[in-house]
Design a protein around this ligand. Sequence first.
Ligand SMILES: [Zn+2]
Ligand SMILES: [Zn+2]
Length: 202
Amino acid sequence: MGPGARAGRVPRRKTTMIEVIDFNLIDEAGPQSYRAEFAIEPKELDRDEVLALGPVSIQANAQAGDLPREYVADGSVSFTADLECSRCAEPFPFANASTFHVVFRPRPEASRENEEVEITAEEELDVEFYSERSIPLRDLALEQVQLSLPMKPLCDDNCLGLCPTCGANRTREKCACEESIVDERWGALKGFREELSKKKDV
Ligand SMILES: [Zn+2]
Ligand SMILES: [Zn+2]
């Protein structure tokens, strides 16, 4: 049997784009490595705090997993962004590099029970269920950016935010409101203590 005959029998996809993890190719040719860069628009993230996003780089290795029809991808994603501080609303630069480990398993056949059982085990938090046997690297990159963005971005851990009374940026300037706010709080606390002691006396 000549090599040509064998190649003719193996159904192969016509296009094997580097930007897609193709499970069939892994089955045929073994582990694959990927490297790509994507332009992602801040609006795709659905996060108002992201003002701008630089190119997102992804590097990944994918191979067959231990279970039948299971595949594993390991890699890293890095990007830079301009975020808006959730306390003072000032833009600040943000850079992130993170690694990921994702296990792809075929989506269970419409069985809720099954899915819940799969996800409860701690080590299986990174499991994603696939219905298509190809995963666009861009989706993986986008997902990692989402996961890497802080829930409440801060320009600095010590950012004092805006004065609720006059709107001044309290990290840069000291306004006169602060002391009166503190007085009010103490006043409220004092009143509360008096209430409490009255109740105890009853
Ligand atoms: Zn801030
Ligand atoms: Zn103020």
